[in-house]
Ligand binder design. Sequence first.
Ligand code: SF4
Length: 328
Amino acid sequence: MKPTVGIPRALLYYEFFPLWNTFLKSLGVSTCVSPCTNKRILANGLKNSVDEACLPIKLAMGHVIELCGKVDYIFLPRIVSVAPREYICPKFLGFPDMVRNAVPNVPKLIDANIDLYHPRSKAQKNLHEIGKLFCSNPMRINRAHKTACQSLISYKKLLQENILPEAAMEIMACKEIVFKNKHSKYDSNGPTIALIGHSYNIYDQHISMDIIGRLKKLGVNVVTAETLPEEIVRQGATILPKKLFWTLGQQSIGSAIHYLSDPAISGIILVSSFGCGPDALTGELIERYIHRTRTIPFLKLTLDEHTGEAGVITRLEAFLDMVYWKAG
Ligand code: SF4
């Protein structure tokens, strides 16, 4: 019987799921993704995490718990770096250990290192370690790696068409090209807002209180860091006097700076999580830069487990009033 690997719908899921899923499936493994975040998943995550953890880590814990008892393995790579000379937040590194300590009877964790910090490091080598768990044929693992990279490239192209991650994954699963063509970069004639924040905050409908869906319903176009090609985001981040070595911080700053110089953007919303050290710094840099360079409606939302929906809606409405007022 095929082994089943559980993939938590959390953290870098929205960035790398097509790569991981294609790789595992190409090796004959079944995959199972935890359901969309709901109250139970969040409550379990909060109950089983240390207080000091940020909200996305607590939520990821809830998703891991949701998979327990349903799968043979849980895919939880120890992500150190996803780009040369950059690091990912240290909480990603320690997360597999947090899970082992907090969750009794957790299935076997696939926690191989993903570390691309040194320019000569190869993602292939990192994935090879994982592949060896399920396949003894190195050629097959290499082929699985190539197919997985292609899948990630196709996924990123769909995101750049301004298709939301879950819809893009669905398109890839169904290979339904017609659906893709129905989506233009901008859905309505309304204003366009840049939504800046980590993918696991802005694309998780429960935790973000569906900011994207709410804005779209109000006739607003939404663009994000994922809508931009990586080179443009990196170019935006070069405005800093010193390179930021956090990949996620670079994404936020680079996309915010780019959108700030785009006259088609009518406002910027910055979403961060309570308890996030890197966001405290990058958020401040973005805010200062915005205030220094352009008078544009700006809203900063900090999410935590107690954030009330009514408060977020009121702030979004006030922000949009400002956007329309400014547009005259
Ligand atoms: S970057 Fe911030 S929100 Fe993301 S895992 Fe690290 S501390 Fe948490």
